[in-house]
Write a protein that binds this ligand. Structure first.
Ligand code: FAD
Length: 478
């Protein structure tokens, strides 16, 4: 006998679990099938983000930053500590505790909202009239037959494999292994200078590893504003101490019992053979559709292997929706969650809207990098006339007091209408500062609107205020 639900979500990451909670809030009988387990085999909701992504990476970034401060900047404040030691085991234990708190929190929210949770793999089996027939292969081996009126596919993504190299998470690591290295490696190689590669490289560099990042693309952080990317590259190489080689062509990779040898050709054509104690592979992520049995019901995938959806996350099948990393668009947790909320509300007949033009991007390196809206190069390509205001954190009192006076805020506004088109930040707490810009853009604010708003003093947000003033050539403190 099948269990019957109004809405079944396959995948319990930030897309899926949020969709399930919202659907339950709206009165639907809802279930979520999620395959992720903790180390002891228990369900561990929250997907990549909570288990092996956003949250654990930020836990390690914070630990490594604290260590870095203790070694390099406490003395500036007159604090002497004696020899500072790093206990990696404790750092990893703290990270695991943070994961457990977060994943346990989702289980609590499911109980509170009466979302039925199946721990296992969900797949399509067929149709029964206007219902979809699903099967959950549970972690204990049992099979659960389920029928649903609406299905939300939120199966997320997995690491893109490097051809010819097996990720063993001992010597060759994906994000999961990179977040669990038991001792600081002496020589760490990172293939891929994307967000994940830079964040993981920064963690282990700050803890003392020699880190080399090898990137195939000729440009660094191609999606970012060029000026921000240049500034970030300068800080990450000169201050964090990462070695970043762009335009490389990776050749043979040999894994021995104790290390990994990478052959590559650099941008100038010179050949290199380098030995690393650990190698992180972070060359992007691919959508998880393999276990879904999409063919059985005719669920259409696109040429990139993503579930094909329209702007409203509707798939090729009626009442089947897909959200998050498994569909087009940026692979970001907050984008997945907002799509999840919107889909649940659409199922309820509401008319929500997700503004893909104001999704913020953040890279949690030191200094942090964040942006929303258009880059200068995009505006130039599109032929949009714009003006810009810029303000350096070195002229911001709070940044100086923090000892984090690196980087800048840049605001781009339409030359005629003054409407804000993009905001780009490299500097302290850029991840937090960008929210003001997102709100402003969402409300179609002009740079003048931000310039006229009273910002607390002393605060980092004054840099955004000054950048807004700068759009009209009237910064006060530079
Ligand atoms: P996921 O979080 O991948 O969740 C999918 C879930 O579905 C998983 O639990 C999976 O086991 C399960 N599943 C898959 N197939 C099935 C099936 N057939 N049946 C049942 N369950 C299934 N994003 C940010 O916005 N900010 C960050 O700071 C950030 N940092 C990151 C750091 C790292 C190291 C990584 C790897 C990613 C990071 N991301 C970050 C990206 C973010 O994790 C993803 O964008 C987000 O998790 C996508 O959410 P999702 O719900 O689509 O999928």
């Amino acid at each position: 006998m099948s269990q019957q639900f109004d809405v079944v979500v396959i995948g319990g990451g930030p897309g899926g679990y949020v969709a399930a909670i919202r659907a339950a809030q709206l009165g639907f009988k809802t279930a979520c099938i999620d395959a992720t387990s903790s180390a002891d085999g228990k369900p561990s909701l929250g997907g990549t983000c909570l288990n092996v992504g956003c949250i654990p990476s930020k836990a390690l970034l914070q630990s490594s930053e604290n260590y870095h401060h203790a070694v390099h900047s406490f003395a500036d404040h007159g604090i002497s500590t004696g020899a500072v030691k790093m206990d990696v085991t404790q750092m990893l234990k703290r990270k695991e505790e943070i994961i457990a708190k977060n994943t346990g929190g989702i289980a609590f929210l499911f109980r509170k909202n009466k979302v039925t949770s199946f721990h296992g793999t969900g797949s399509f089996k067929g149709r029964n009239g206007d219902k979809y027939v699903l099967e959950a292969k549970l972690a204990d081996g049992k099979l659960e037959a389920i029928e649903a009126t609406h299905v939300i596919v939120a199966t997320g993504s997995s690491v893109r494999q490097l051809p010819g190299v097996t990720i063993d998470n001992k010597l060759v690591l994906d994000n999961e292994g990179a977040l669990a290295i038991p001792a600081v490696p002496k020589r760490l190689g990172v293939i891929g200078a994307g967000v994940i590669g830079l964040e993981m490289g920064s963690v282990w560099k700050r803890l003392g590893a020699d880190v080399t990042v090898l990137e195939a693309m000729p440009t660094f952080l191609g999606a970012a504003d060029e000026q921000v990317a240049r500034e970030a590259l300068k800080f990450l190489t000169k201050e964090t101490g990462l070695v970043i080689n762009t335009g490389v062509k990776i050749g043979e990779i040999k894994v021995s019992k104790k290390d990994v040898t990478v052959n590559y050709t650099d941008a100038a054509g010179a050949e290199h053979k380098v030995v690393y104690d650990k190698l992180i592979v972070s060359i992007g992520r691919v959508p998880n559709t393999a276990g879904l049995n999409a063919d059985t019901v005719g669920l259409k995938l696109n040429e990139r292997g993503q579930v094909e959806v329209n702007d409203d996350c509707q798939t090729s099948l009626p009442n089947v929706w897909a959200i998050g990393d498994v569909v087009r668009g940026p692979m970001l947790a907050h984008k997945a969650s907002e799509e999840g909320v919107a889909v649940a509300e659409r199922i309820a007949g509401q008319h929500p809207h997700v503004d893909f033009g104001t999704v913020p991007w953040v890279i949690y390196t030191s200094p942090e990098i964040a942006w929303v809206g258009k880059t200068e190069q995009q505006l130039k390509t599109e032929g949009v006339e714009y003006k810009k205001g810029q303000f350096l954190f070195s002229a911001n009192g709070r940044a100086l007091a923090l000892g984090e006076a690196k980087g800048f805020v840049k605001m781009l506004a339409d030359k005629k209408t003054d409407r804000i088109l993009g905001v780009h930040i490299v500097g302290p707490y850029a991840s937090e500062l960008i929210s003001e810009a997102v709100v402003a853009m969402e409300f179609s604010a002009s740079s003048e609107d931000i310039a006229r708003i009273v910002h607390a003093h002393p605060s980092l947000s004054e840099a955004l205020h000054e950048a807004a003033l700068g759009c009209d050539g009237r910064t006060l403190h530079s």
